[in-house]
Design a protein around this ligand. Sequence first.
Ligand SMILES: Cc1cc2nc3c(=O)[nH]c(=O)nc-3n(C[C@H](O)[C@H](O)[C@H](O)COP(=O)(O)OP(=O)(O)OC[C@H]3O[C@@H](n4cnc5c(N)ncnc54)[C@H](O)[C@@H]3O)c2cc1C
Length: 161
Amino acid sequence: MNQTSPPTVILGGGFVGLFTALHLSQQNYPHPIILIEGRDRFTFKPLLYELITDELHAEQVCPRYTDLLADSNVSFVQDTVKAIDLHQHCVILESGKDYNYGNLVIALGSQTSYFNIPGAAENTLPLPLQMMRSRSKFACKIVYKLPCKPEIPKNASIFLL
Ligand SMILES: Cc1cc2nc3c(=O)[nH]c(=O)nc-3n(C[C@H](O)[C@H](O)[C@H](O)COP(=O)(O)OP(=O)(O)OC[C@H]3O[C@@H](n4cnc5c(N)ncnc54)[C@H](O)[C@@H]3O)c2cc1C
């Protein structure tokens, strides 16, 4: 690996960002690899159902990035991306730090959209963030185990959170 070459900076440690970083590392990619992610744990989203139903525990579904990257040459930075200066090839983080890059991978995921559907924002729980909160997990568990669809009160989101 050429430590003097500008790094490849990967923004976001979801499936796209994490697996890009691991793949590059396994392919003996010649540039330094930096993964920038806001959280300290990866969320294996397809396994969230097993988390709710207690078939798996949180450590299995949400392992730490430091553990997942331990055998790689990926440098993990836990911080929030605030801005990208495409002209200067620079990423600015909430902490005030900045990183210059040679190549940039933007893998920051998506935001939940409600498409102006009345009541959707107030009466639904976006996945997986809400499932990570223990009380929501409990609430989801109750709904999941009910034999019929419950009537959701108007203030359901306030009640569940
Ligand atoms: C319950 C559930 C089950 C699913 N099951 C399947 C399945 O079986 N098969 C399948 O193909 N897909 C499945 N999906 C969809 C799949 O998980 C998503 O398509 C995939 O996670 C998208 O990956 P991503 O890397 O693009 O985004 P994300 O996983 O959203 O990752 C984006 C990352 O960027 C980070 N981030 C965002 N903004 C910032 C910022 N400003 N600074 C720093 N970090 C930031 C986030 O913290 C996050 O870690 C499922 C999704 C859910 C919710």
